[in-house]
Design a binder for this molecule. Structure first.
Ligand SMILES: [Zn+2]
Length: 135
């Protein structure tokens, strides 16, 4: 697997990670649709200690289904969604996969919140499906 590097649209935010992903998954949750401006989010879960971010992100925090906060961070200049951290998953940073420099290796293993997926979304592959949060 290539090293994990990426950044926002305008280039002011850059990140890199020295570890392999803990997971790669999709989320159809409505909040994830709002955050990404797309039908679902694709995220790479990484150990927080392995991720280095340069540039200053802006954050927005809202409670998730777990009742615990999810902090979503984005570039204040170009608005690109970069990462989110969920208190329900301590020590994990979820990078927005669309911001990778090289996304060619991505193979999402699971999709969550399928109950709120857009009805026209049909995805191939062998992903595990969760109606709500992954168990
Ligand atoms: Zn930017």
């Amino acid at each position: 697997m290539p090293s994990i590097n990426g950044g926002c649209l305008c280039g002011k935010i850059r990140y890199s990670a020295e570890a392999g992903p803990a997971f790669v998954g999709l989320c159809h949750r409505h909040d994830c649709q709002k955050f990404t401006g797309s039908a679902f989010s694709t995220v790479i879960g990484l150990p927080k200690a392995s991720v280095t971010v340069t540039g200053t992100l802006k954050g927005f925090t809202k409670l998730g289904d777990s009742g615990k906060p999810i902090e979503r961070r984005f570039c204040p200049d170009c608005g690109a969604a970069i990462l989110d951290e969920c208190e329900a998953m301590p020590g994990i940073v979820m990078i927005a996969a669309g911001t990778l420099d090289d996304p060619s290796w991505l193979k999402p293993a699971a999709q969550s919140y399928c109950a709120s997926a857009q009805p026209w979304v049909e995805l191939g592959g062998q992903m595990k499906r969760f109606e709500h949060a992954p168990e």
